[in-house]
Design a protein around this ligand. Structure first.
Ligand SMILES: Cc1ncc(COP(=O)(O)O)c(C=O)c1O
Length: 675
């Protein structure tokens, strides 16, 4: 009853009956259940639940308010249960058929724990969990963290020692946007409407299919409670846990190598974002030597959970078996040839099948090759010179001349590219006005850290075409991360050309320009030619990566785990009252943390402090999260425990205005200065 967001919710009225009445009656329709017990707390606030159970002859067990795992275990023990099914009382649309399905999967597969909520294929609110009494007892004995005690099954999911399985919904549902659980008044309003449409005492129960049909008929109904964060309670509990202690780390090899590298390699790295200027020196490693899954090891042998993931391309995980095997096999056949290799055709065919605008394909190595190739072919196609861009597009002159790192770019080249603002169609209109009939192409990241609003992408496409220019989507980041068909598929806006890179080949160097045939055919003449363009190792990696992505729930996993991390970060920031200083933004598979200073600008000092405290605890944090298929729920949970610790330190530093004094080294630097 003591819900903070909706007190007394489990006895709230729905169609003339308390919510709990509906839940118990729906659960009782599951044919594979022997007994239904309500497990509530001994707190006086929950007396009303006990009275309700008494009035309706429902068995009721009362136990700890905060140690819900203990309450749940004791209730199951008292019943002499061998198998325990957990349903939460705030799910009045719980479906007895699904309960039976999950129990059946548990029985057939001889698992310790089965649920339909490990992956989000059902709407939130149909969560069914089945576990053996033995597994529950082990969790009850071993789980120490407050979140695991309060949220009952997180230990079973994350300990890594139980045989667990997920039951997925057979038909694709918009599980991310449909919310059928009750945490907030808007949820209750939604559920009440569903009951009004579908339930009467005489008609009895209604099922998943009935609700789906209703929501398809009444599209506005599902909007009633859109945008509420899933599992808020879990993240909030993390802030009540003990902080994660820093680990002792030897870093001498890293710093010995750095001393040598400083004399040999400008910036000590081949990419600005990997250089020591991006990590707090003295605390963070400088060199990494090995990676497996979502973990990396530095040259001193320290292990970290990696969130940069090589700046994004490692979408499946480091040394991902299917990719490493494909590459090894290709090595055995030779890697570089004097004529094209059939793999070029196979990967091109895959891209044409997956990417809406792709009719032909040319390969390259880096994202910058692809964006520069697209720009060149667009200039050739239109006979115009001016490029309008929005986002980051790589190191080449035509783009980098627009940034503060423009040294060495001739003025004449700089004048040919101009920028416009995301979600500001007028800023693009002004480009066309300033350069009438001269704009060859509009190149843009279809999404950066904010969503397109007011049909921005559609407006850009329409304006660009009207002005006779080509639209190029730079999908170097969004490709094979946001969606299998790219941002163009996700948002339903088809560009003329698109550039892919990073996520195509799980970290092997491959990029591609794809697009409309009549434009792409110009590459017969336009010079876009590389010794390593047809590198078979990267192509073999791409083929294996794409196959894995199509066959497994890779993209869904990136969204789910990314969303958990983003939600957890933002809820922790609120819990420590630092949400005005830091926030995690972006689309879930690739989010960015921003830190603000009191004057509204970036605060590199706060970012440095947060990074320092994360790195000390085994999180290689550089400001962004490139989630991979190898980041498990347990990895995300550990990360959030570290974030909770770092957030507490950050809050304290903000309060005492001494963040800079707490840094072990110089603050991290921005790759691009403010203009
Ligand atoms: C959107 C976007 N386009 C292009 C590039 C350039 O790719 P690369 O660094 O592989 O040349 C990047 C790199 O981060 C990028 O984020």
């Amino acid at each position: 009853m003591a819900s903070t967001r909706l007190p007394g919710k489990v006895l709230a009225d729905i169609a003339g009956r308390p919510m709990l009445w509906h839940v118990v009656n729906r659960v009782a329709l599951a044919t594979l259940l022997d007994k239904v017990v309500v497990a509530t707390s001994v707190e006086p606030t929950d007396d009303a639940i006990a009275e309700f159970c008494h009035d309706y002859h429902i068995e009721c067990f009362r136990g700890s308010e905060t140690d819900v795992l203990d309450r749940f275990y004791q209730a199951a023990k008292q019943c002499g249960a061998h198998t325990v099914v957990r349903i939460t009382a705030d799910c009045p649309l719980i479906d007895p058929h699904i309960i039976d399905k999950v129990i059946d999967a548990y029985r057939v597969g001889k698992f310790d724990y089965v649920t339909n909520a490990l992956h989000y294929t059902y709407p939130d609110g149909l969560d069914t969990e089945v576990c053996s009494m033995a597994a529950l007892e082990t969790a009850w004995k071993e789980a120490r963290q407050a979140a695991d005690r309060e949220h009952v099954t997180s230990y079973l999911r994350n300990a890594g020692r139980f045989r667990i399985s997920n039951v997925a919904c057979e038909r694709p549902l918009p599980a991310d946007s449909w919310r059928w659980t009750v945490d907030e008044p808007k949820d209750l309003a939604f559920v009440r409407s569903v009951y009004e449409h579908l339930w009467s005492q005489q008609q009895g129960a209604f099922y998943l299919e009935d609700i789906v049909q209703l929501l398809e008929r009444e599209a506005d109904l599902a909007k009633t409670n859109r945008g509420i964060v899933r599992n808020q309670g879990y993240y909030a509990t993390l802030s009540t846990e003990a902080p994660v202690e820093p680990q002792r780390r030897e870093l001498s090899r890293s710093y010995a190598l750095k001393a040598k590298a400083t004399r040999l390699i400008p910036s000590c790295a081949q990419t600005f974002s990997k250089s020591p200027s991006q990590y707090i020196q003295g605390v963070a490693p400088v060199f990494l030597s090995r990676g497996q899954g979502c973990y990396v090891w530095d040259v001193d042998g320290n292990k970290y959970i990696d969130y940069a993931m090589a700046l994004g391309p490692v979408t499946l995980g480091h040394n991902y078996p299917a990719v490493s095997e494909a590459v090894s096999q290709q090595i055995a056949d030779g890697n570089a040839f004097s004529l094209p290799h059939p793999l070029e055709l196979e990967v091109a065919e895959a891209l044409v099948m997956m990417i809406p605008c792709a009719e032909m394909v040319r390969f390259a190595k880096n994202g910058s090759d692809a964006t520069s190739g697209a720009v060149r072919v667009a200039r050739a196609f239109t006979g115009r010179d001016i490029i309008a861009c929005c986002g980051y597009h790589g190191w080449q002159d035509w783009y980098i001349g627009t940034t503060t790192r423009n040294q060495g770019v001739p003025k004449a080249v700089q004048e040919l590219t101009t920028t416009f603002e995301y979600n500001n169609i007028d800023s693009l209109r002004r480009v066309f006005t300033r350069h009438p009939g001269a704009v060859a192409a509009v190149i843009m990241e279809p999404i950066g850290v904010v969503n397109p609003t007011n049909g921005f992408l559609e407006q850009v496409a329409e304006l660009t075409r009207r002005e006779g220019a080509l639209l190029i989507f730079d999908e170097v980041v969004t490709g094979f991360r946001l969606s299998l068909d790219g941002a163009q598929g996700y948002f339903g806006v088809k560009p003329d050309l698109a550039c892919f890179g990073k996520g195509m080949a799980n970290g092997y160097p491959l990029a591609a320009v794809v697009g409309r045939r009549e434009i792409m055919e110009l590459f017969d003449e336009v010079f876009f030619s590389f010794t390593f363009g047809g590198d078979t190792l990267a192509l073999a990696a791409a083929k294996a990566t794409m196959t894995e992505m199509c066959e497994k729930r890779v993209i869904a996993h990136l969204w789910e785990q990314g969303q958990r991390l983003q939600d957890g970060y933002n809820i922790l920031a609120k819990a420590y009252r630092v949400s005005e200083w830091t926030e995690c933004v972006g689309f879930a598979p690739r989010t960015v943390t921003v830190f603000h200073s009191p004057d509204g600008g970036d605060s590199l000092v706060l970012k440095s402090l947060f990074q320092q405290e994360c790195v000390k605890r085994g999180i290689l944090f550089s400001g962004g999260h490139n989630i991979s298929f190898s980041h498990s729920s347990a990895d995300i949970d550990y990360t959030l425990r570290v974030y909770r610790t770092a957030m507490e330190i950050l809050a304290d530093a903000i309060q005492h205005r001494n963040a800079a004094e707490r840094l072990a080294g110089a603050p991290v630097q921005a790759v691009f200065r403010k203009p």
